[in-house]
Design a protein around this ligand. Structure first.
Ligand SMILES: [Zn+2]
Ligand SMILES: [Zn+2]
Length: 96
C-alpha cells in the first residue's frame, strides 16, 4: 500500500521524504488539545471533533480515509489538517 516517496520535502527541501515525515518538522502538535507530542488521532483528551450522532467506527473510517488522501497529496500542514477537521465535522452533521 505504501509507495516510496520520490518528491521533495516542502519543509526542508531534501528529496526522499514527504513533509509529513520531515525530521525538521519539530514536535507533533495535537489538533485536538493543542499539546505537543501526539497526534489528534492519538489524543486522550476529550474530543473537540463533534461525533455526536456519528458511530465511532464511521468517524474513525472517515478520518483514516481523509488522512490517507492527504498523505497521497503530501499535504500535512496545519491548514490541511484543520480543513480535514472541518470536513469531518460537516460529515458528522450530515449524518446527524
Ligand atoms: Zn524534510
Ligand atoms: Zn491531544
Amino acid at each position: 500500500m505504501a509507495r516510496p516517496f520520490t518528491g521533495t520535502c516542502r519543509l526542508c527541501g531534501v528529496e526522499g521524504h514527504p513533509a509529513a515525515e520531515c525530521p525538521d518538522k519539530g514536535p507533533t502538535i495535537c489538533q485536538n488539545c493543542l499539546q505537543e507530542g501526539h497526534k489528534a488521532t492519538e489524543c486522550e483528551a476529550a474530543r473537540v471533533i463533534d461525533t455526536s450522532g456519528v458511530p465511532e467506527m464511521e468517524s474513525a473510517a472517515a478520518w483514516n480515509m481523509l488522512k490517507a488522501a492527504s498523505d497521497e497529496k503530501d499535504i500535512d500542514d496545519f491548514k490541511a489538517v484543520s480543513d480535514l477537521h472541518d470536513l469531518i465535522i460537516s460529515i458528522g452533521h450530515e449524518n446527524h
